[in-house]
Design a binder for this molecule. Structure first.
Ligand SMILES: Cc1cc2nc3c(=O)[nH]c(=O)nc-3n(C[C@H](O)[C@H](O)[C@H](O)COP(=O)(O)O)c2cc1C
Length: 139
């Protein structure tokens, strides 16, 4: 059954400049093998990731990601069945904190700071549907 998991976490102090690229490269390498697609946002020191695919595959991947010391304070924000995937690319897309994306963050946030921990599942889904056009894919 197709499911979508959305979680947030905070970057830890050990996160260095090459780490986001490293995470995207690992994701692109590993996720295709388990049939998981998705996108990763990074803004305001917070990761927000949406993963979609088989329920068990997402569960396994999430538990693996939880062990990563580059982030902390993980929180599942939404875990729901979906009819179809949003992301048609096997690579993990990145939504960076560009000027254009910051305006979108604001549109879906209760405050000027990007704080997905406070966003409802509906708001998160609407945010990802809109931000999908601004996702950068690592080639
Ligand atoms: C916020 C965050 C998101 C991540 N997302 C993924 C992911 O979607 N897929 C993945 O394989 N690894 C992801 N990782 C990296 C894993 O924790 C782990 O480093 C990686 O899977 C190791 O795989 P490798 O040995 O093939 O490099 C993520 C890490 C962080 C901090």
């Amino acid at each position: 059954m197709l499911f979508q998991l959305t979680y947030a976490s905070r970057t830890s102090t050990i996160l260095g400049p090459g780490d986001v690229k490293d995470i995207l490269q690992s994701s692109s390498r590993n996720n295709v093998a388990v049939g998981v697609t998705g996108a990763l946002c990074l803004a305001n020191g917070i990761f927000l990731q949406q993963l979609e695919g088989d329920r068990q595959a997402i569960n396994n991947l999430y538990h693996r990601i939880l062990k990563d010391p580059r982030h902390k304070e993980p929180a599942i924000l939404d875990f729901s069945p979906i009819v179809a995937r949003q992301f048609g690319n096997w690579a993990m897309g990145l939504v960076a904190s560009t000027q254009e994306n910051r305006q979108l963050f604001l549109k879906y946030s209760t405050s000027a700071d990007f704080d997905p921990y406070k966003m409802s599942p509906e708001t998160l889904r609407a945010f990802f549907s809109e931000v999908i056009g601004n996702v950068r894919w690592l080639s």
